[in-house]
Write a protein that binds this ligand. Sequence first.
Ligand SMILES: [Mn+2]
Length: 257
Amino acid sequence: MTPAAESGDADTVGRMGRPRIGIGTGLERARWSYWDQQAMLLPRSYIAAIQRAGGMAVMLPPDAALAEDPDEALELLDALVLAGGADIDPGAYGEEPHPETKGTVPERDAFEVALTRAAIERDLPVLGICRGMQLINVAQGGTLLQDLPEHYGHHEHRREPGTFEGADHDVRLEPGSLAARAAGEELHSTKSHHHQGIESLGRDLRITGWSVLDDLPEALEAPDRQFVLGVQWHPEADEKSRLIDALVREAAAARAR
Ligand SMILES: [Mn+2]
């Protein structure tokens, strides 16, 4: 962490405005008021966590033109968050869907893969959460395990669909890694809700966190970048987590440079 990131945040924000944190939205059928339609959506917890950390959240819906030219959006941003959500279409890593791989949205996948590759290329700070960590791996040519319960014979990474209840296993973080520095500790409790995970690792990435349950990769990062981090758990759902604050601080420092 640079000194600029730790001190003078208020001055920096006053001069520069809040750091702009882009976050890819889901594309899902949703119901509200009288309506039942396709919607671009995110749980409020992601937006609230970015705002609490001092960032301005900029929602990025799937956009075919941006998938062609991601820099048009990235030029406006100081960091990129890849949120949780639907399983990634296994076609994106050259595999057939497992029966438990459901609700895929290839339009969102293609958009976010393009954004992620371009963000890593220009060394924009990136935080991938759950699906977002898997997406960083796929964007870099890695593959996913499509159904952890089949592979490991347990449901500890997602006890009950739709809640984090009971799935709060710990992860071990590599001492000195970005994951450990951002979390502020090397044994970290998590809010977990996933049934897929990393299989083969993508280019220029390193695994720096593992589940204490089964050694499943739970954090990955790009060691030759300032801040490219993926975590398999949900910091936005955990008031104690410092990960999103770390991203926003990094974005503020990058903005001030
Ligand atoms: Mn897990």
